[in-house]
Structures are given as C-alpha cells and as structure tokens.
Design a protein around this ligand. Structure first.
Ligand code: DON
Length: 349
C-alpha cells in the first residue's frame, strides 16, 4: 500500500523561494554588477574622449574622410545586455575584423585542420599587408603547412578563397550570412568604401597573384581578392562588433539572439589566431598588456574577447603606426582591467 506524504503548501513556497535566492546569489563565471560594468565603460569614455593621438588610415581614400572624433564603446555580457557609451549608431567599415569571421566560416565548414594545413596559424611578425612575409614564409618541417595566419592579408585572402560555393554570389552569401549571424542583424556593404578600396587595392591584387603562384591559393585569386575587399567594406557599429565578440566569448552562441552560430569546440581555434595575430606586429604587446584575444581593423574598430565573461568593441578611427586604433586599445585595456577580463589572471575571490 502506498503512503502519501503530505507536504504543507507554505513549506513548498518557502523551499522554492530559498532555492531561487541561492541560485541568484551563486557565484557565476563573471560576477560583475551591471552598475560596475557601466561605470567602467563610462570612465574609459570620459578618459579617452579627447585623446588626439593617431591618424585615420588614408591608403584607402574613403577611410580618410571618416570623422576622426567618432568614438563608441560597447560591452555585451552573457545575458545579452549591452553596456555602452558614445556613438553606437554610426557604421564604419569592418575592415580586417572581417578576417576573423571568414576564418570562422571556413573552420566551421571544413574543420580546424583546414586552416592550419593550408594557411598556418603562426604569427608572421610582419605588417598586415607585407609581401616580404610571403617571400619569407617557411614550410613547417614535416607538416607541409605554411607559417602564415588567416588574420593577415595573404592568409585572409587565402581563407576567403577557401569558402566553398559554385559562384561568387554563392560564396558571398555564406560570408555575409556568417557576419550577420555573429552580429545578430543583417549587415550591408558600404558601397563608397568598397569602390574606394577596389580602386586602390593593387597591393592586395599582387598578394593574391603571388599566393596563387606559390600554391597557397588554389584558383581564382581575382575572385578571392574581390570578395575579400567586399567583406572588408561591411558596415558595422560598436554594438554589432561587441555582439560579434560576445558570440565568440560564449562558445559561438550569440547572447543577444540566442542563435548557436558556430560549434563551441571550434571557437578556441578562432580565439587562438586572434591572440597570435589579431593586432598584427603588435599582437604580442597587446596580449602582454591585456591577455585578450582581439582583432583590429583600419576602419578604427577593435573587438576583444574575455572568454565566458564578455565581448567588447570600440570604434575610434585614428590609428597608431601598426594600424590599430589608439583610443580603442586604451579603452578596452582599461575596461577589461576594471572588470577582471584577463583570462590569464585567476578570478578575484
Ligand atoms: O586589406 C586591406 O588593406 C584592408 N581591407 C584591411 C586592412 C586592415 O584592416 C588592417 N588592419 N589593421
């Protein structure tokens, strides 16, 4: 015979309430209070707003015309909340930050080894558009993989050439689709930037041709250079970029839309190439200063990822000699420091 234990209703309510309180107070991977996050963002904005160091890129004429005072900061956390200061609306061209997401597309579609074998995942230590770096490339003994990186131009053009598709349009729809999924909204190409860069990208054409000559691009280098130029001209604002960074911070799941954009087990490979080459020849200095995998673009944006904690992005066009936004580097370093974002540091007790 079954016996039924009658649990008084008030007791059930008390137990449920107690569990809820315990869950709310449980330490999370990132236990910053919202007010502290906003305070760190506001402090960095106020500190760097009037900094005049650096200069807009001008080797792509359209970039020289962008307002040098544009300054926007956004941080996106696991719950999809956006903390921001400054200009969140104005779009700049994504430029080299797109290299991360096209590489992610190839990794997602063809596996981590595809990039490692055909391009390589080492730092080149050279400028982003170095031709000498292609000449100087060594084959890794035994492995047959070149020592390049998909986040500098030769490797990036090669990564674009690896995206599968029967036509240029088919390849493009995958590239823009991946960028849209990471940003959580449909993005468009800034046509003035695309035209300006297409008219002035002879150096990248030389890189594409040389990569074909040396067998690092298998075919159709002209299509790869054109699609690469198009992906660099995608318009993004600070919130888009921070959402893209946050999607990488949370295992490939966009915290704003909830969509799983890439497999979680493939994300660490993407973060690794950001750590080795995200800020070009200054990547080592950046990692030493912040510990954050990051990526810059000559449009003035930088994204950075604190895995499991937050994604952050800053847009501010004036660049330093290495091609990285001066204000963005300073603001991200300060905010991450205030929030305990360095993944090499144990969390504060
Ligand atoms: O290939 C180029 O020159 C540009 N489309 C992208 C360069 C870039 O953003 C380098 N960034 N720091």
């Amino acid at each position: 015979m079954k016996t039924h234990l009658a649990i008084p209703r008030p007791l059930v309510t008390v137990v449920i309430a107690a569990i809820a309180v315990v869950l709310l107070l449980a330490p999370s991977a990132f236990a910053q209070a919202p007010a502290d996050i906003q305070k760190a963002v506001d402090a960095a904005y106020a500190k760097y707003k009037d900094l005049k160091e650096g200069k807009n890129a001008d080797y792509i004429p359209a970039l020289a015309k962008v307002d040098p005072n544009l300054f926007g900061i956004a941080v996106v956390t696991a719950d999809g909340k956006v903390y921001s200061a400054g200009d969140l609306k104005t779009e700049v061209s994504i430029q080299s930050i797109s290299k991360v997401f096209t590489a992610a597309q190839v990794i997602q579609e063809q596996g981590l080894e595809s990039i490692e074998k055909q391009i390589g995942v080492d730092a080149t230590g050279a400028r982003f558009n170095s031709i000498i770096a292609i000449e100087g490339v060594k084959m890794v003994a035994g492995a047959g993989a070149p020592e390049m990186n998909p986040l500098v131009n030769p490797g990036a053009i090669s990564a674009t050439s690896m995206v599968k598709g029967a036509t240029a349009d088919a390849v493009w729809s995958k590239i823009i689709g991946t960028h849209n999924d990471f940003a959580g909204r449909p993005l468009t190409v800034l046509q003035d930037v695309y035209k300006s860069e297409s008219d002035s990208n002879q150096r990248n054409q030389a890189i594409g041709a040389l990569m074909l000559a040396y067998g690092y691009i298998k075919s159709n280098w002209q299509q790869a250079v054109d699609l690469y130029t198009r992906q660099c001209s995608i318009g993004v604002n600070a919130k888009d970029l921070a959402t893209m960074a946050a999607t990488l911070a949370f295992g490939g799941k966009n915290p704003v839309t909830g969509k799983q954009v890439m497999n979680a087990d493939k994300v660490p490979g993407v973060l690794a190439i950001m750590a080795t080459a995200g800020l070009y020849d200054d990547s080592g200095k950046w990692l030493y200063r912040t510990g954050l995998p990051a990526k810059s673009g000559v449009g003035g944006g930088i994204i950075a990822v604190s895995p499991g904690r937050f994604g952050i992005a800053v847009i501010a066009p004036p660049l330093d000699d290495a091609g990285n936004s001066v204000k963005a580097q300073n603001a991200i370093a300060d905010i991450s420091n205030a929030l305990g974002g360095n993944p090499y540091k144990p969390p504060a007790k």
